[in-house]
Design a protein around this ligand. Sequence first.
Ligand SMILES: Nc1ncnc2c1ncn2[C@@H]1O[C@H](COP(=O)(O)OP(=O)(O)OP(=O)(O)O)[C@@H](O)[C@H]1O
Length: 309
Amino acid sequence: MAEQGPPAVVFKGVVKEYDSVRAVDGIDLTIRRGETVALLGPNGAGKSTTIGMLLGLFPPDHGTIEIFGKSPELAMRAGHLGAMLQEGKMIPRVSVREIVDFVRQTYRKPLPLKEVLQLAELTKIADHRVDKLSGGQAQRVRFALALAGDPDIVVLDEPTAALDVESRRELWAAMQRYAARGNTVLFSTHYLEEADNSADRVVVIASGRVVADGTTSQIKSMVEGRSVSFVPRSGRRDGYELLPGVSSVEFHGGRVHLRTTDSDLTVHALARADAFTDLEVSGVGLEDAFVALTHQARHRETVPEGRTN
Ligand SMILES: Nc1ncnc2c1ncn2[C@@H]1O[C@H](COP(=O)(O)OP(=O)(O)OP(=O)(O)O)[C@@H](O)[C@H]1O
């Protein structure tokens, strides 16, 4: 689809500090209209702070943020943004239909009630009381409230935290229905699998910076190679770094874990030395890529200026 007008979101050199903590440390990020983007990072990476500034809840200390070319405050007032933040208590004694309809009516151009209920998969439980719902159903109600004003962009801060697998699946299906209408979605998550399954693009944040940005397969390929692990036949713990292809060596639980750029060469050399039992060779998953990228970012931080490794 051709892009019309300014991008959905543009961050330029955005910095936010709390006392001595630099929560966001120079983020540059453009999100195109219609993209579904996962903001992926460990605890304390700066995801919630980034989302808070995007929603205009507090301003950056440095840099600029534009939503469709407008400031976050103006974009929020114009109804471009819908948000689902981490946990909020449900009002007791009202039904799903009543709360969704109430919130709809606070907007100038809300989505039809029937459509909101369908998008969030709430039609069957529209008459249930909101304080009697399961965790997953309650999250879908929060999602419906974020959609009620028909926003162009919906922002979800760790929407599936504390949900079971089935509830997560239902919430992602609801989100994908909304994205399929051409809307832009930005969500934060710790669940690497969710980013892999649900997002067009993954932005990895560590220590307040973007450390990787691409499709999940691009991010995986940034951490090249495969993982080879085995139980050493002789109990030997040294010399593995000299094997062909090997880029790192770790020991856990009685096993040797090698990362290698050429698993065939590495395994042949191990076989010639009759060095292993219980061999496993696997590709690098997003989990491994994420840990390695975060580690690289931390390493760069601790390397004195002028050094390259
Ligand atoms: N109000 C605040 N006052 C002081 N420090 C804060 C405040 N909010 C966040 N921080 C700090 O800023 C850093 C980034 O926090 P933030 O909540 O943005 O990360 P996050 O990636 O969303 O983490 P989580 O996944 O745990 O929610 C952390 O070091 C955090 O302790």
